[in-house]
Design a protein around this ligand. Structure first.
Ligand code: DLL
Length: 448
């Protein structure tokens, strides 16, 4: 077993040993956990039992890891349809934490954790931070949102478990972020990559040169970012920037993370079984080929999730990693196979925006959402056709409608959008599917 470790004080956190297990041992743990997860879900979750029965699969049919392919898929709508607690596999009295994230409609999707699930979550995030070179003695400023979003509290639990000093500042208030970063001697920072780029610029405006601060490590995720963004961040802040991946449905942050090699994310395979499938056919794709990441939780108690279709597109990097971790790697997530947009780390569905827009009077059902990345900050503009009469109204009436639309979008999605009212018949019509979204951000990076 190899225990290469880039820890600065030379100590090794025993729980991270799972990152270096010999392959056979890791697969044996996965199989044993997979079987008990499926048994638990079959016994306690009606949706899973009904679907397995329809396919004629029983928990005892799962004899090898490949047998996962006999199992039915789960999708985001399953969480919506069983809102709020229908996928829980234990009594609510055993659930010690709830989080939520946007669904395709107005209702959020709800996820729950038992005490053991909380320990698992802390464990994987702790290992993620250690993988990024953090250790006891680090001072981490967590600027992911705290609350129902899993980012803030997820990073928080893992950082405390690692023994770091945690500053739970949450997102926003850039001036205070920079002041704290400078005055508290912060050595690690966690937020979305786009927010950090904003902070680099903000610091410069305040006359603070981030390069001269003790800041050493950045933990960035919750949205796609590119190698170019990493280079910019590393250069401008003089830190090492690491990609952390996760999703609420599976656990939150901590499904996978980069190591010091910064070439792909190691998935914490002792807790998550992953497949990469052709999104159209559902068949596995060979290592190195792009497909949809599908994840099965292996130790979650409150809400075991089986073959969850993440819609995130990636590929396996099959070569062993020189960091010595035996956990398999995936390439960074640059795009999704569905229409979910991630704007400044927030999941946004065009359907949510549509519902919000059309509730406002004098609007027509023709709109377009344009997303740009302006100096590394995501900007959303919405063009919407409004009735011809509105244009003959007073300017104050036009402004009132625009303000109402802006408010409707912001209160539904949490994102501020620039609203442009346009005359009827201005937006391009389509003969097939309407092209509602114009995503002008280019986040794709070539395969390594
Ligand atoms: O974004 C959890 C998280 C918090 C991850 C903090 C990392 C750091 P959700 O809000 O449920 O959960 O959004 C999940 O965000 O399916 C991806 O499409 C996207 N995503 C998350 N991390 C990354 C990443 C959190 N590192 C959805 N790179 C996922 C690209 C990411 N996309």
């Amino acid at each position: 077993m190899s225990f290469q470790w880039n820890d600065h004080n030379g100590s090794f956190h025993p729980d991270s040993a799972m990152d270096f297990l010999p392959d056979a041992q890791l697969r044996a743990i996965q199989l044993q956990r997979l079987r008990s997860t499926i048994e638990r879900a079959y016994g306690n979750v009606e949706l899973v039992r009904t679907r397995m029965d329809a396919l004629g699969v029983k928990p005892c049919d799962i004899r090898t890891l490949d047998d996962i392919r006999r199992m039915p898929f789960m999708v985001k709508n399953d969480l919506r349809d069983t809102y709020p607690y229908g996928l829980f596999a234990c009594p609510l009295s055993e659930v010690v934490r709830l989080h939520a994230s946007s669904g395709t409609t107005g209702k959020p999707i709800v996820v729950g954790y038992t005490q053991n699930d909380m320990d698992t979550w802390k464990n994987v995030v702790m290992r993620a931070l250690a993988s990024a070179g953090m250790h006891r003695g680090d001072i981490i400023q967590i600027a992911f949102g705290y609350g129902l979003f899993t980012g803030g509290l997820g990073l928080h639990g893992g950082a405390e478990t690692l023994g770091a000093t945690v500053i739970p500042i949450s997102g926003g208030n850039s001036e205070r972020q920079i002041m704290v970063m400078r005055d508290f001697g912060v050595t690690a920072f966690a937020c979305t990559p786009s927010y950090f780029i904003h902070l680099i610029e903000y610091a410069a405006k305040m006359g603070v040169d981030m390069k001269t601060l003790p800041l050493r490590v950045g933990i960035f995720g919750a949205e796609p970012w590119s190698e170019e963004m990493r280079c910019y961040i590393q250069r401008e802040a003089n830190i090492k920037a690491f990609d952390i991946y996760g999703l609420s449905e599976i656990i939150g942050p901590g499904v996978g993370v980069e190591c010091p090699c910064q070439n792909g994310l190691h998935i914490f395979e002792d807790h998550f079984l992953f497949e990469i499938l052709d999104p159209e056919t559902g068949d596995p794709v060979p290592d190195g080929e792009s497909g949809e990441l599908v994840i099965t939780t292996l130790s979650k108690e409150a809400m075991p999730v089986i073959r969850y279709r993440t819609h995130d597109i990636t590929h396996v990097i099959a070569e062993p990693c020189s960091c010595g971790r035996s956990l398999r790697r995936i390439a960074r997530i640059a795009r999704r196979s569905d229409d979910m947009l991630i704007i400044r780390g927030v999941n946004v569905f065009p359907s949510q925006i549509e519902a919000a827009l059309l509730k406002v009077e004098k609007t027509l059902p023709h709109y377009q959402i344009i997303v740009r990345r302006d100096r590394d900050m995501d900007e959303m503009e919405i063009r919407i056709e409004v009735t011809a009469e509105l244009f003959s109204d007073r300017v104050s009436e036009i402004e009132r409608i625009a303000a109402r639309l802006s408010h409707a979008v912001e209160s539904t999605t949490g994102i501020h959008a620039k609203i442009r009212l346009v005359e009827p018949q201005t937006l391009e019509r389509s003969e097939g599917k309407a092209k509602r979204v114009l995503d002008l951000r280019n986040l794709d990076t070539p395969k390594p």
